[in-house]
Write a protein that binds this ligand. Sequence first.
Ligand code: MN
Length: 254
Amino acid sequence: MSNDVQPGGVDFHCHLDLYPDFDAVIARAEAARIYTLTVTTTPKAWPRNHELTHHTRYVRAALGLHPQLVAERAGELVLWEHYLPEARYIGEVGLDAGPRFYKSLDAQKQVFRTVLERCADVGGKILTVHSVRCVPTVLEMIESHFPQDRGFVVLHWFTGTKSEARRAAALGCYFSVNAEMIRSDRGQALVSELPLSRIITETDGPFTKIDNKLAEPASIQTTIDAIAHVRKAPNDLIAKAILCNFRALIDANI
Ligand code: MN
C-alpha cells in the first residue's frame, strides 16, 4: 500500500462475493483506489475470497462465520480455526439477537467467545463485528475475552445507544459507518457524537443501496459526504480523518 497515488477512501465492511460479478466489483474498487475489506459469512468462502484478493492493491478478505448462520453452521468453527493463521482480518462475526436468530443465541455466544479467544491468543487480528440487538453482550464479551493489546474490534453498523458507544470507545473499538445508518434521526445523532478518531466507513454492500443502486466500495464518497454533513464538518477533513484512522488501525504494531 504505497503513497504515490491518493487513495479514494475506505470500505471496511462489504460482501463482494454476494454481487452478481465478484471480479468486476473488485476491479471497480481497485480502479477507484478504495481500501476494501470484503467479509465472508462462512469459512468455506475463505479460500476463494482470499485467492481473488490477496494480490490486489486495495482489497483484502476477512475470515468469517456470520452469527445469522450459526444455527446451521456452528460446526464450521473448526474450519474457521483451520484458516485462522492465513487471515489478518476476521469477519463477519458477532451476535444477532433479532427475532429470526434469537433461538441460536447461546450457540452464537459459544462461537463468538471462541473467535475472540483464538484471536486474542494469536494477536494482531482486526475484527469486524455484528451486534444487532445485542450490544451490551457483545461489549461484555469483548471486555472479557479480547484484551485491548491483542488486536482491534471494528463495530460494523453499530445501532447501540450513545452511552454504549462511549463504552465501546473506552474498550478501544472503532466504528464502521454506512450511509443507511445516517438515514434515521437516531443514527444521525449517534454518528454526530462518535469520536472522530474511531470512525471509518463501510457500505455493507450489497445489503445497502446508494442512489437506488447496490452500494459498493466505489460509491463510498456518498457515505463520507453524509458523515461530513451530519457532523457539520468539511468533506475533505472527514475523508482525511477516515484514511488516517484506517492507517492507524492497520499499521498498529500489535
Ligand atoms: Mn455484513
